[in-house]
Design a protein around this ligand. Structure first.
Ligand code: PLP
Ligand SMILES: N[C@@H](CCOP(=O)(O)O)C(=O)O
Length: 467
């Protein structure tokens, strides 16, 4: 298996090189040259596998044996040892057709741990094998940063800098990132929003001399390994449902911001998971919903919502979807992305919108609707949703076709991470100990304006130069 760029100007590379490259050096996103498929028979044979065993099988289709099987198995086992559920990702049934896949039982209580616990270990493995310094640069609206820091803090050969929007993450997210005292961690709190942070890091990844000098590495979903690791939970959810529950197929409702969570489902479907509907849930930052409903991809005023991790306008993985939408034609992707850069928007024809809607159904969730959903599900099922997971459920309620098989709604964070919203509906929750203890710890972060030169100066003072 080789990997190429959506813009067509990266010579095919192997798995480890793809992992290290992160963003394509031509500014595109990395995708596999061809997507491996899994037959129904093979899927059935995987039904009894543990999460770790399933992940090993799926990754083996992509790694070209560049990581010996025993090493890959060990890395996977170690990555999920810190998850608190024996199932890693428990599937909770709320009613005959609605199931919630809980992706938040990792060290930082959000779904990002599913991929990043593994990626942290993989970076440490590569650093050791290749005697490399790994300088990680990431942008976060709160969860990716906390999870990435947790996965590499104190690890030899790795430095990590995370940019987050100052004052626009939840209190717990901020504490999770900034109470880490290890020397290999730098938190930059940027006076701006998540899109500003993401813009800066994408520019730095596209600056090849800078990237090479520091050997910059990505943990965001621009890195295909993130997407691949997240695709595993779609297989897992499908296989965890009883044969009876999934006899008419399976559908997913997916809280989405950077398009990574849903793109992983799109990939799993292309690999052979018999998924019928992919329902994309956004909050009031609904560029993706407008793209799917109206065929206009255009950022509009940023809003702070009760689901701050999804307060995103420009979605990284949109380009990966575009690549498959235009028939894996890198020239067409480049032309459209160039147009987007020039004109600030992309429009799609009616016929194209109809095709997009065959792939994905979209629903945007207002702030009040988000809170009402949390309240209703607490009353109806005694189940406390976090505001992001509530967007997924609201989208299932508002846009899912219920007569079309089982529905799995992805629960992407623990409600304790977003107590600001939970309190608004009058619910007082007990925090898990690992969250409660954060409130007594000192914080370390550097507040910077959204000025690229200032951010670069901070990075240059922090990263080790690769010799
Ligand atoms: C809790 C939570 N849910 C959902 C999402 C959406 O995921 P993605 O941006 O990968 O689509 C994010 C991050 O954006 C998140 O942190
Ligand atoms: N919600 C994310 C935003 C970054 O997205 P990523 O999937 O590209 O890492 C976060 O919590 O930081």
């Amino acid at each position: 298996m080789k990997y190429i760029s959506t813009r067509g100007n990266v010579a095919p590379i192997g798995f480890i090189d793809m992992f290290l490259m992160g963003l394509g050096e031509d500014g595109g996103l990395i995708v596999p040259e061809s997507i491996p498929t899994v037959s129904g028979k093979q899927l059935d044979q995987w039904a009894k596998l543990s999460y770790q065993e399933l992940m090993f099988e799926i990754f083996s289709l992509y790694t070209n044996d560049e990581i010996p099987a025993d090493d890959l198995k060990r890395l996977i086992q170690e990555s999920y040892a810190g998850f608190t559920s024996p199932d890693v990702l428990p599937l909770t049934t709320l009613n005959d057709s609605l199931h919630v896949l809980e992706l938040f039982h990792g060290p930082t209580f959000a779904f990002k741990d599913v991929a990043l616990s593994f990626m942290g270990n993989l970076y440490a493995y590569v650093a050791k094998k290749q005697n490399q310094v790994i300088n990680i640069l990431g942008a976060t609206s709160g969860d990716t940063g906390a999870s990435a820091i947790s996965s590499v803090r104190g690890k030899e050969g790795i430095q990590i800098c995370i940019l987050h929007p100052n004052g626009k993450v939840s209190r717990v997210q901020e504490l999770q990132m900034t109470t880490v005292q290890d020397d290999n961690v730098l938190n930059l709190a940027v006076n701006g929003n998540f899109d500003d942070c993401q813009q800066v890091i994408k520019e730095l990844f596209a600056d090849i001399p800078f990237k090479s000098k520091y050997h910059l590495r990505a943990i965001n979903s621009i890195n295909f390994v993130r997407i691949l690791a997240q695709s595993v939970y779609y297989f897992y959810a499908y296989l965890k449902l009883s044969e009876k529950a999934r006899e008419n197929g399976v559908n997913f409702s997916i809280p989405t911001g950077n398009f990574g969570n849903i793109f992983s489902g799109y990939l799993a479907k292309k690999m052979g998971v018999p998924i019928k509907q992919l329902v994309l849930a956004t909050n009031e930052n609904n560029i993706l919903e407008r793209f799917i409903r109206e065929g206009v991809y255009k950022p509009e005023g940023f809003r702070s919502t009760h689901s701050p991790s999804m307060d995103i306008q420009i979605a990284s993985n949109f380009e990966r979807y575009l690549y498959y939408f235009v028939g894996e034609d890198a020239v067409a992707v480049t032309a459209r992305m160039e147009k987007f850069k020039q004109e600030g928007q992309l429009t799609f024809t009616e016929a194209e919108v109809a095709r997009i809607q065959q792939d994905i159904t979209a629903y945007s969730v207002g702030n009040e609707e988000c809170l009402n959903t949390i309240r209703t599900y607490q009353e109806r099922y005694g189940y406390l949703l976090d505001p992001h997971s509530a967007c997924g459920i609201a989208a299932y309620e508002g846009a899912g076709r219920k007569d079309d098989g089982a529905f799995v709604s992805l629960a992407t964070a623990h409600p304790a991470k977003f107590d600001e919203a939970i309190r608004l509906i009058g619910i007082e929750q007990q925090f898990p100990e690992r969250i409660q203890e954060l409130f007594d710890k000192p914080q370390q972060q550097v507040i910077v304006d959204n000025v690229k030169a200032d951010i670069v100066a901070r990075l240059e003072g922090f990263y080790r130069v690769y010799q």
